[in-house]
Design a protein around this ligand. Sequence first.
Ligand code: GDP
Ligand code: MG
Length: 483
Amino acid sequence: KISKISKDTLKMHNGKDNKETNYSTDQSHLHGQSVSILSFTSENKIIINEEVLKQTFDHPELQNRKVVVFSIIGAYRKGKSFFLDYCLRFLYAHYSSINYPKNSTLNSKKWMGDKNDPLTGFSWRSGSARDTTGIIIWNDVFLHTNEETDEKIAIVVIDTQGLFDNETTAMDNSRIFALGTLISSIQILNLSGVLQEDQLQYLQFATEFAKYAKIDNKLSEKPFQNLMFLIRDWAHADENEYGIQGGDEYLKQFLNTRSDQNKELKSVREFIHSSFDKIGCSLLPYPGDSVFGNKKKSKNANKYNGNWGEMDEDFKDELFSLIEYLLKPERLVLKKINGKDLKGSEFLKYVLQYFKLFQSDKLPKAQSIYESTVEKQMNILIELCINSYKETIHFNQEIIININEMDKCIKLLPLLHKMSKCQTLLMYNESKKMGSSEHEVKFKGILIDQIEKIYQEWEAQMKENMVKIDKERKKTQKALEEK
Ligand code: GDP
Ligand code: MG
C-alpha cells in the first residue's frame, strides 16, 4: 500500500528527474525514487529541495523514530550508486518502508533476488553525461523496530554526485563532503585502488570544514560518527584479505602513527581519529569485466544491466557479505547530536538548518578554511625542515670548533650553511604538500627566509664562541709555553 504522501512525492518527482527514471529498466518493485535534495547552480549557488525533504521526513511514521543516515561519498564513476542499489535490495528484503511493507517473498538469505535481475535504484553508470552535482536521497525510508527494546528506527539512504570529477571545483567538493559528513551517521568514503596520502589530506580539510560549520558541538564529543573507507578494486589480497577484517588491518597500518613518523603525516592521522567516533575499512575485489565495462574483454559490457550473475564470484561474495554486515539491525548507527538521538522530525530541521547555513553567506568560504588548512599543514612541514636544518648545522659545529685555526673555522661556517640549506630544501621539495604550486613557492620562500635568519644568529653566536675559545686556547698555550 502506497501512502498518499509518497504518491504525491512520486507524482511530483516524475518528469523532474527524467535522467534517473529513464535509466533504470524497472523501478516498479522499488517503491521509491532517487531525488535530489541539494544541488548547485552554474554560479555555484546551492539549491535546496525543501519540498522533497518535507514530504519525505514529515511523514507521520518518522516523527517519533530515531534515524540512521547511511551515506556514500567519493570520486565520480567509482561504483557508489551501484553499491547503494544493492544496499537498497537488502533493505527492501529486510525492512518495511514508508511506502511498502517488508517484502516477504525475499527471505533474508535471498535478499539479492535473481541473478539476472537488472540493477535499479539510484542511477548508476550514467554514461558520459555528467549528473548534477549534489546530494540525493532515496525517498522511501526504511523502518525497523527492535523487538527487545521496542525502539523504532528509520533508515535513510543518501547518495552523492560529482565529487572529485574534473568539473566540480575543489570548493564544491568540500561543501558536498562537509554536508554529507554533517548529516550522516554512517559515512562511506568510496575509493579506488589504495589509500593515498593526498586523499587523507583532502579528508582532513573537508572534515575541518565540516567541523567549522558544526554549531552544535560539545567539546567533549567527537563531532562525527562512523566513517568507513570502502576500497574498490583491491589488488593486494595477498597482503590484506578482502572484507572488513583485511580492511581494518590495512587501515590500521596506514593510519598508524609512529614516533619516528613525519609530523605532518602524524597530524593528519591524529585529526581523523579525533573527528570520528569509529573508523573502519573494507576491501572489495575487482568486480569483473562486465561490471567494469571492459568492452574488449566482455562482449556484454555495453549491455550489462547490473545483475549479479555476471559479477566475478569473489566480488559478488564480498559485496553481499559486506552489505549484510553493514545493514544488519545491530550495526546500524543512530544519528546523534550532542549525545542525543535525533528523531525524524528533528532530522528534517537539522538538515534544513545546515543546508541553509551553507546556502547563506554566513559560513566562511571553504576557500578560507582551505587556506588555513594548507597553512597549518605547510607550517608543520616548515617546522620539520627547520629542525632538520638546525640538527645538521649543530651536528657539524663540533667538527668545526675542533679545528685549531680560527680563520679557517669562520670560513667554514657559510659552507656548512650552504650544505645544510641544500639538504633541507631537498627535503622540502620531496615532501608531500597540500595546496597549489603557488603555495609551494610561497612557503619555500618563508622556509628560506627562516633558514637565513637562523643562520645569521647562529653564525654570530659561533663567531663569538670561537673568539672565546680562541682566547682560552691561546691562554692555555701561553701557560704551557711558560711552564
Ligand atoms: P558512481 O559515479 O560512483 O556512482 O559510479 P556508478 O555506480 O555509476 O558506477 C560507475 C561504473 O563503475 C559502472 O559502469 C559500474 O558498473 C562500475 N562499477 C561498479 N562497481 C565497481 C567496482 O567495484 N569496481 C569498478 N572498477 N567498477 C565498478
Ligand atoms: Mg552515482
